[in-house]
Design a protein. Structure first.
Length: 311
């Protein structure tokens, strides 16, 4: 078994097809297919089912995947450690990002940390480090699972949970407020209570996103059922729906104070959404990952702590 075979196997699995997997590793699809077929012959079992609907992991493939990722991560860390001897940080950092965390034209600054600015400064200082940025359709829940599975080196997440296999570095918090159109009956209120929002039509982020989890729990704790017919994966889309009278939302004040909208504090619910950097809790990060974490923490006004292997 060769590391190259495992690299192709993981790429095809994560990209969902041989074509996309081959594009990721920059090798002809025929070569990737032949390499994985050779691996299957060596193991004596098929790793994928292949049909007109696409590919899927077999039981053998699912069992191999975490071991393959662990071996590739170990090889990558070993190579990066040796690279340090040659001088300068090198390697690739896989980063999970949040759509709404960053500088917004309509706000006075970043919500918590301006990740694009951090990456830009880091690239100037460490040009030999490359990034692979990834969003998750399932939001913070997806990023936390990817970090635990060693698919990401670090990720920005919004969560109050402390999942197993993940270490969180707190960056700050975002307070969610009631956002409605100027035509809404509560638009001029100084503050509102959750019970006043019963019966409203809500626009919210998809299930799995940190702010959706926070708001769902707040309303469930108050015994209020919500109607959420609209889901939006970014703040701008949610604000557009609110502005056009299609519903109300709970969103950060920063970036929501726009013409045609009212932002009102909620007085009877804990709606502070923690923002953190998630990293594997049982593996020492590469030098490049540790340096990037330090840059993110400093940008958020946090003091970097020593990183050590945790078991």
């Amino acid at each position: 078994m060769e590391l190259r075979q495992l690299e192709y196997f993981v790429a095809v699995t994560e990209e969902g097809s041989f074509t996309k997997g081959a594009r990721r590793v920059r090798v002809a699809q025929s070569a990737v297919s032949a390499t994985i077929q050779k691996l299957e012959r060596e193991l004596g079992l098929p790793l994928f089912t292949r049909d007109s609907a696409g590919i899927a992991l077999t039981d053998a493939g699912a069992a191999l995947l975490p071991e393959a990722r662990a071996l590739l991560s170990a090889e990558r860390r070993a190579r990066e450690t040796v690279d340090q001897v040659r001088g300068g940080l090198r390697g690739t950092v896989r980063v999970g990002t949040l759509v709404s965390i960053g500088a917004r034209p309509a706000s006075q600054g970043p919500i918590v940390v301006d990740l694009p600015a951090v990456l830009g400064r880091f690239h100037v200082t460490h040009p030999l480090v490359t990034f692979r940025l990834r969003t998750a359709p399932t939001g913070s829940a997806g990023h936390l699972a990817a970090v635990a599975a060693d698919e990401l080196d670090l990720a920005l997440v919004c969560t109050r949970e402390q999942p197993g296999g993940v270490r969180l570095h707190h960056l700050g918090s975002v307070r969610l407020c009631f956002v409605c159109s100027r035509r809404h009956p509560l638009a001029e209120a100084s503050s509102v209570r959750l019970e006043e929002l019963a019966g409203e039509t809500f626009i919210d982020f998809p299930i799995g996103w940190g702010n959706r989890t926070l708001t769902d729990r707040a309303f469930a704790g108050a015994g209020i059922a919500r109607n959420v017919p609209f889901e939006a994966a970014d703040q701008d889309t949610a604000l557009g729906l609110v502005r056009n009278g299609l519903g109300v939302a709970l969103l950060p004040r920063s970036g929501s104070e726009e013409e045609g909208l009212s932002v009102v504090d909620i007085e009877d619910a804990d709606l502070d959404l923690p923002v953190a950097v998630a990293m594997p809790g049982d593996r020492r990060p590469s030098a490049a990952t540790a340096a990037l974490l330090t840059s993110i923490l400093r940008a958020a006004g946090r003091r970097p702590a020593a990183l050590s292997r945790r078991r």
